[in-house]
Design a protein around this ligand. Structure first.
Ligand code: ZN
Length: 145
């Protein structure tokens, strides 16, 4: 608490300290547990650039089942705890849709290249909408880690 704020009879919260690597790892572990992903091995590729530079984060399921790599924007140390939770939660929910995505991908040979591009883009968009809504819902009910 701020001394000046106390002397004036007001509570003036101090800004939260920046997040650390340990904070990020705790957030990942906490949401893995909440989402039932304890069996997943999720490593953070701290030094790898994002495939899409304007993304906040990316999760990449690996060829070995239940293994994934998470990449974060280099701006992650500036995130507040709420934003870090929502961003990481969003990426981990993508892991829950892995098999659904594989099923969609299996249909590619049935499409012409143009039709596949349109269909896949639509599926990606709808998955993002679903994942975003679920992340907001889970965060709203369960709170930050
Ligand atoms: Zn997403």
């Amino acid at each position: 608490m701020d001394d000046v704020g106390e002397r004036l009879g007001r509570v003036i919260p101090l800004p939260a300290p920046p997040l650390s690597v340990l904070d990020i790892e705790a957030i990942i572990t906490g949401w893995k547990h909440r989402l039932g992903l304890e069996g997943w091995e999720i490593s953070v590729a701290w030094d790898e650039p994002l495939e899409q530079e304007d993304s906040l984060a990316e999760v990449v399921p690996l060829s070995v089942y239940d293994y994934a790599k998470l990449r974060l924007s280099p701006a992650w140390p500036t995130w507040d705890r709420r934003w870090a939770n929502l961003t990481i939660l969003h990426e981990l929910i993508h892991l829950l849709t892995r098999d659904y995505g594989c099923a969609i991908g299996a249909a590619e040979p049935m499409f012409s290249p143009t039709a596949w591009t349109i269909f896949e883009s639509r599926c990606d968009h709808e998955e993002e909408q679903l994942v975003d809504r679920l992340a907001t819902l889970f965060f709203g009910h369960l709170g930050a880690i």
